[in-house]
Design a binder for this molecule. Structure first.
Ligand SMILES: O=C(O)CC[C@@H](O)C(=O)O
Ligand SMILES: [Zn+2]
Length: 464
């Protein structure tokens, strides 16, 4: 029996495309967390801003919960619809609307995939510098909703730093045109920045004006094998002083083993505990500055082994070792952590986090990897085959409470770039004070009085 609310939605927004088959509900109701059973009411696929406004006006009037939806590549459950919500997918709104060569901005609809935006920027001789492995599937709207980071944050900043303006439809259907691409604007609250990382709780991003950067310099790609985290941080510091780093990423041997089992090519004849893959501005693999920096690290006795890519193809192979990790680990239903501390706090934090996780996860496979150059670690705990999924998640949740306490003591965050969603909700208080959370609640209530936007994500609605 079709839900009668859908007829009322059709009447309120004539011509709106709705998807309702079981396969569609399943597809649009889940993200990459795979932890919740999708159960949306239906999927609305608006073609333009007017339709988004119509859907939200209707939802606010009828108290229907709405889950805004991009590419659903999120890892925190922010785009999950498991409680009869209406999924509002932006996937049909994917056009590149405008390029301004003077402002160096690209204006796109929110459903544009990250990779399409990168390609459009390249087509104009510039770059959109946010980049990560899900580039082909994730969308700009989702990137904005989570303030997505990735592998070039070290050099260019997060998504937040790239957003010159955005259009937001509020829960009541108002269209807000925020900052309009201005470089300077000191005219009160910057609501654009409230929308960024709000995980669809303050409104639905429908359009964004993105800053473009000059094209990247020619780079050399290096892979280094290192003995310890201490050395890794020393190498980072030394290379940062000597080179212009475009990316500096690390992974442990546990992560590499899975990527190799997934078909990648082994970089060295033997295994080492830690690896770094990096891009540094260089004229070629023999660039004097590069060799000098590498020579310094080798001379200090820090480097166990190393390779400089001699071709684009080899560089891509080296990057695959890092970028293939999430996919290679997925069959092991990993429990994911996405923590960050200031880079200066990293050595002390790492020592304690390693000791904590070794004690809490005896005999478990734990893969560490991520964006260590900007203080962000992904710690994936792999589910032992013998352990049931629920027991595993419960156990990991308890350990994460300890880890979150450690993060708090080191002044860090329990979500660096994946958002809070459903997964990290219990730990929000380790990163944000009660006073901050109270302000967030007040803002959410002011913008969404009926409480329809992504309810249950980020923090629970007030109990009535
Ligand atoms: O799978 C993860 O835990 C991290 C995914 C992504 O943020 C990455 O850096 O590869
Ligand atoms: Zn990441």
């Amino acid at each position: 029996m079709p839900d009668p609310r859908l007829d009322s939605l059709r009447a309120a927004v004539p011509g709106l495309r709705l998807a309702t088959t079981p396969a569609e509900l399943e597809h649009y109701g889940r993200d990459w967390t795979r932890r919740w059973t999708p159960a949306p009411l239906a999927v609305a696929l608006p073609a333009d801003i007017g339709e988004v406004q119509g859907v939200l006006r209707w939802a606010s009037a009828g108290g229907v919960a709405v889950v805004p939806s991009g590419g659903r590549t999120g890892l925190s459950g922010g785009a999950v619809a498991a409680n009869g919500e209406l999924v509002l997918s932006l996937e049909r709104m994917r056009r590149v609307l405008d390029f301004d060569p003077v402002d160096r901005t690209l204006t796109v609809e929110a459903g544009a995939p990250l990779e399409a935006v990168q390609e459009a920027a390249r087509g104009h001789g510039l770059q959109y510098p946010v980049d990560f492995a899900a580039r082909g599937s994730c969308t700009i709207g989702g990137n904005i909703a989570t303030n997505a980071g990735g592998i070039r944050v070290l050099r260019y900043g997060n998504t937040r730093e790239q957003v010159a303006g955005l259009k937001l439809v509020t829960a009541t259907g108002e269209l807000l045109d925020l900052n309009r691409g201005l470089v300077k604007n000191s005219s009160g609250y910057d609501l654009r920045h409230l929308a960024i990382a709000s995980e669809g709780t303050l409104g639905v991003v429908v359009e964004a004006t993105l800053k473009l950067a000059p094209p990247p310099p020619p780079v050399a790609t290096l892979l280094l094998a290192l003995p310890s985290f201490e050395v890794l941080m020393q190498v980072f510091q030394a290379l940062r002083e000597r080179l212009a780093l475009e990316a500096f990423e690390f992974f442990t041997d546990v992560a590499l083993r899975h990527v190799l089992a997934h078909g990648a090519q082994a970089p060295f004849d033997r295994a080492y505990p830690y690896y770094v893959v990096l891009d540094a501005a260089a004229e070629g693999p023999d660039d004097a500055r590069l060799l000098d920096a590498f020579g310094h690290c080798a001379g200090e006795g820090w480097v166990e082994d190393g390779v400089v890519a001699q071709s684009q193809a080899q560089a891509a192979q080296l990057w695959r070792l890092r970028e293939g990790i999430t996919e290679a680990l997925a069959p092991h239903l990993p429990y994911k952590n996405d923590v960050a501390v200031r880079v200066s706090a990293m050595p002390a934090f790492l020592a304690e986090a390693q000791a904590l996780l070794a004690a809490e996860y005896p005999g478990f496979e734990v893969a560490w990897f991520g964006h260590i150059g900007d203080g962000n670690l992904h710690i994936n705990v792999l589910k032992p085959a013998a352990l049931g999924q629920e027991t595993f998640v419960e156990r990991c949740g308890a350990v994460t409470a300890h880890l979150a306490g450690l993060v708090e003591r080191h002044g860090g965050t329990i979500s660096a770039e994946h958002g809070i969603g459903l997964v990290k909700k219990p730990y929000l208080g380790c990163t944000r004070s009660n006073a901050e959370i109270a302000v967030m609640r007040a803002l959410r209530a002011a913008l969404d009085p009926a409480g329809i936007l992504n309810p249950g994500k980020l923090f629970d609605p007030p109990s009535r």
